[in-house]
Design a protein around this ligand. Structure first.
Ligand code: ARG
Length: 408
């Protein structure tokens, strides 16, 4: 009988390269390496594919899932205006569920017993992988080499790799931990671990320094949405995928889209995170502006709470969960009339909404205006306030009678 199979989420980096050998040695498995293209800027994935084979994987695959990532994952994030802790557009949390889906598909195709990932024991990503895998197939067993092995320093890992002929990076080690995809780029570790230290200029690759941003005059962009998703840029029909790529470049050039925050990880640790998310932040801002115009007040207010819960669930690895699916249903219903255009002005690190219009706009000029066209019934306000304020009056009278603390 052959050995058990293990599908490994492979990135081509040192950790997952060492993991191939480690799994073979310590778990007695055959390794199938799977690299997923979610739009990361890095290396040539064909080289990554071959590298896994050269280290000892019996099969190595690269899957380009960018279109699916945009249509089935990022579209939901945008409709939900997803920002964890009102700031972070969830770029890492968004890519893990689609990676998990393809790992499980591959495990089923090959009949693998195991899936392995290269996450440490301290982050959110391990949770997202393992809970996601359990949701899609609770019988698959998970292996987490980096969490299990005792190669706790980079030097030990390099020694292990060199002794086994695993290619190691020849350039000086990048002190940062980077994760990136179409929705942006996350930078952790190194000097960033001191929350008092200003992020060094050289950590950024997607955004210019706002002070040095290329343009000395403001530039405008018009984004058109249909049912909550962008469909055109400056009047030219474009795919959502292309619009993300274009807005990453455009907003990044203007120095918009940097975040420096302290974030609460699911595992209980506060961490300092730096993100570059020019496209994601631009699109969420524009989408919100259109919703302000098109969504009825109660729905808009209720949705804000749903958005927060949605972001929290996705951050916490619950993409595949009944509550998250039900919230998707709610969000999707709200988007039917989120159609129209938003105009944005970019200048030296800022992105400002300066115009919005929609065939479904609920903005009524005659109700809003203070000039002669006013149709708002000012007199009706009096009766409205009398009844709206009635409970307050009753309470105030009673309080006066019994005193502040309820004493007579
Ligand atoms: N803190 C972010 C999150 O949990 C980013 C994680 C980035 N991951 C990484 N392996 N560097 O979503």
């Amino acid at each position: 009988m052959g050995k058990d199979l293990c599908v490994l989420a492979y990135s081509g980096g040192l950790d997952t390269s060492v993991a191939i050998q480690w799994l073979i040695e310590h778990k007695d498995v055959d390794v199938v390496a799977l690299a997923i293209d979610v739009g990361q800027e890095r290396q040539d994935l064909e080289i990554v594919r071959e590298k896994a084979l050269s280290i000892g994987a019996i099969e190595s695959l690269v899957k380009d899932v960018r279109e699916e990532y945009v249509s089935d994952y990022l579209s939901k994030a945008l409709k939900a205006n997803a920002l964890y802790e009102n700031k972070y557009p969830l770029l890492s949390a968004m890519s893990r569920p689609i990676i998990v889906k393809h790992l499980v598909d591959e495990a089923h195709r090959t009949g693998a017993r195991y899936i392995a990932h290269g996450c440490t024991g301290k982050g959110n990503d391990q949770v997202r992988f393992e809970v996601g895998i359990a949701a899609l197939d609770p019988d698959i067993e998970v292996l987490a080499p980096v969490r299990e092995w005792d190669l706790c320093t980079r030097e030990l890992e390099m020694d292990y790799a060199k002794a086994r002929g695993i290619p190691v990076p020849t350039t000086k080690a990048n002190p940062y931990s980077i994760d990136d995809n179409l929705w942006g780029r996350a930078i952790e570790c190194g000097v960033l671990e001191d929350p008092w230290v200003e992020p060094p200029a050289d950590i950024y690759t997607m955004t210019n320094d706002a002070r040095a941003a290329a343009c000395d005059t403001p530039e405008y962009v018009e984004l058109s949405f249909e049912e909550g998703l962008p469909v055109a840029l400056n009047g030219e029909p474009r795919s959502f995928h292309d619009i993300i790529i274009d807005m990453n470049l455009f907003a990044g050039r203007h120095g918009f889209g940097r975040i420096d925050m302290i974030e609460n990880r699911l595992v209980g640790v506060k961490s300092r995170e730096v993100y570059e998310v020019p496209g994601a932040l631009t699109l969420i801002q524009a989408h919100k502006a259109l919703e302000d115009l098109c969504l009825e007040r109660d729905l808009l207010h209720y949705k804000l709470g749903i958005e927060q819960k949605w972001a929290e669930l996705v951050y916490n690895g619950m993409w595949y969960s009944p509550l998250k699916e039900a919230l998707d249903g709610f969000v999707s219903t709200t988007q039917k009339l989120v159609t129209g255009d938003v105009r944005l002005r970019f200048f030296k690190g800022s992105c400002v909404v300066v115009g919005r219009r929609s065939p479904y706009s609920l903005y009524d000029y005659n109700l809003a205006t203070y000039d002669a066209a006013d149709t708002f019934d000012h007199k009706a306000a009096k009766g409205f306030i009398d009844l709206w304020g009635l409970p307050t009056k009753v309470w105030a009278r009673q309080r006066r009678k019994v005193g502040k603390d309820g004493e007579v």
